[in-house]
Write a protein that binds this ligand. Structure first.
Ligand SMILES: Cc1cc2nc3c(=O)[nH]c(=O)nc-3n(C[C@H](O)[C@H](O)[C@H](O)COP(=O)(O)OP(=O)(O)OC[C@H]3O[C@@H](n4cnc5c(N)ncnc54)[C@H](O)[C@@H]3O)c2cc1C
Length: 431
């Protein structure tokens, strides 16, 4: 294995090797005028583009690198209930009416994602076999019991499993119990992203890659001009969809997010015997410790395992050895399997662990901050961002002003220390 991995993961990412091909795109090299410009060609931006194009709105996407270069082409591809927080916390934050609307959105997220894929005929290996979250101890189980009760009171089938049921669904032993959500599943994240782009292009959207936005300017007439190195677009609305790859383009936005890293490794296609022992029901699986470990199969029977990563974008062999070691601790049967692919990327965390739909200025709106749940939630946010343009009254997602992280420039050191502390607590709990 090479010592370092390129930031775009193109050499070693499973998804790069197995995705549908990307649609042809060029970089922006002229001046245009459109209704909407979207900054960021990940699944949030491309979902917004597809909704807008289907509505007949003229829209152009500007992506600094290639489609899916960010988290959208690197993720674990798990499609989960939209948020990490429970209904009570959401109602407390947003009030009863808005909170309940948001809860409905969260509960419907997986079904909405899978029907959107079917409706637009997106070739991205969707699988809706359910999601299991295993509790490592009685404290976690207690938290899961409360979460299950709250969601069930809102009509969501988030079922509690006992230790035997966890083993039966996952093949893993040693969990005290856990949660099961039947509507969740997985997809091929890079294919999903590229297919969204293809569908948006077919509907009339324009997409420019290798077109990093270098400047934004608002004119007196409520128009924006968005500049890249070689061209510019004037528009009424700018949607910022840069998530964990947010730079200093929009003043103060970067400070609302902390980009932590997550790394994944994928095995060779496992034998039938191993597949009957490891996730025999083909569910997606999360080992709910303080530092979570997440599992799924791809369409060829490779097991993909994700873990927390280091606070840098260039990954090393050691980072991936740690993932494999933790995976083997959960499934000892993996001891001798070959690991073929390794990659990672940035997960955008927010202060209150919630994503935000944030109107920065009239005509300038950001949607991001999914805290590791962006495959589902980014899909919903893309729709909500499009709604802010088409019909703000119908917008599914509440607008909010996110808090900034204090001492943001020291976030790398802060996250590294926190990860060590959480790892120690997980270790102590396991004794
Ligand atoms: C390793 C990993 C595993 C994950 N696993 C899961 C999972 O299993 N399930 C789940 O729900 N979520 C998961 N996530 C999170 C999920 O992938 C993201 O939340 C989601 O993909 C975010 O999509 P996005 O389009 O908002 O952002 P991104 O996909 O990050 O796209 C942002 C884009 O903006 C572009 N950009 C930045 N600045 C500029 C600029 N100035 N001009 C033009 N373009 C710019 C970037 O190049 C990038 O392509 C994971 C994330 C990672 C990194």
């Amino acid at each position: 294995m090479p010592k370092e991995f390129p930031i775009d993961g193109s050499r070693d990412a499973l998804w790069m090797a197995t995705a549908v091909s990307a649609p042809d795109t060029v970089s922006l090299s002229h001046e245009l005028s459109r209704d909407v410009v979207i900054i960021g060609g990940g699944l949030t931006g491309l979902n917004a583009a597809l909704h807008l194009a289907r509505n007949g709105t003229s829209v152009a996407v500007l992506e600094a690198a290639t489609l899916g270069f960010g988290a959208s082409g690197r993720s674990g591809g798990q499609v989960n209930l939209g948020l990490n927080l429970g209904p009570a916390a959401l109602i407390e934050k947003f009030g009863k009416a808005t909170g309940e609307r948001l809860i409905d959105l969260i509960i419907s997220t997986p079904d909405q994602v899978f029907s959107w894929i079917a409706e637009n005929q997106l070739r991205c290996d969707p699988v809706q076999n359910g999601w299991v979250q295993g509790a490592a101890d009685k404290h976690q189980l207690k938290a899961q019991q409360a979460m299950s009760a709250e969601y069930r009171a809102h009509g969501c089938e988030l079922t509690l499993l006992d230790a035997d049921a966890i083993s039966e669904r996952t093949g893993a032993y040693g969990f005290t119990g856990g949660l099961y959500c039947a509507s969740a599943g997985s997809l091929h994240p890079l294919s999903y992203t590229r297919e969204l782009a293809r569908a948006a292009l077919t509907r009339g959207a324009e997409i420019y890659t290798n077109s990093k936005v270098s400047g934004l300017e608002q004119s007196a007439s409520q128009q924006w001009r968005v500049y890249t190195g070689k061209g510019s677009i004037s528009c009424r609305h700018v949607l910022v969809c840069t998530n964990g790859y947010t730079d200093s383009l929009v003043s103060g936005l970067k400070q609302k997010l902390v980009p932590v890293r997550s790394v994944l490794a994928a095995t060779e296609p496992l034998s039938d015997t191993l597949r009957q022992q490891v996730l025999p029901k083909q569910v997606t699986f999360v080992d709910k410790r303080r530092l979570i470990l997440y599992f799924r199969y791809d369409r060829d029977g490779r097991l993909c395992v994700g873990d927390h990563g280091p606070m840098r974008d260039h990954f090393r062999a050691d980072d991936f050895n740690a993932v494999k070691k933790r995976a083997v601790a959960v499934f000892p049967q993996l001891e001798n399997v070959k690991w073929d692919y390794h990659w990672g990327g940035r997960v955008a965390m927010t202060k209150d662990t919630l994503p935000f739909l944030y109107q920065i200025a009239p005509g300038l709106t950001a949607g991001m901050g999914y805290n590791g749940r962006g495959v589902g939630m980014g899909t919903m946010m893309g729709k909500a961002l499009a709604q802010t343009v088409i019909d703000p009254e119908k917008c599914d997602f509440p607008q909010s002003k996110p808090n900034r992280f204090l001492m943001h420039k020291f976030h790398s050191a802060g996250v590294s220390m926190t990860v060590k502390w959480l790892a120690l607590r997980d270790h102590l709990d396991s004794l």
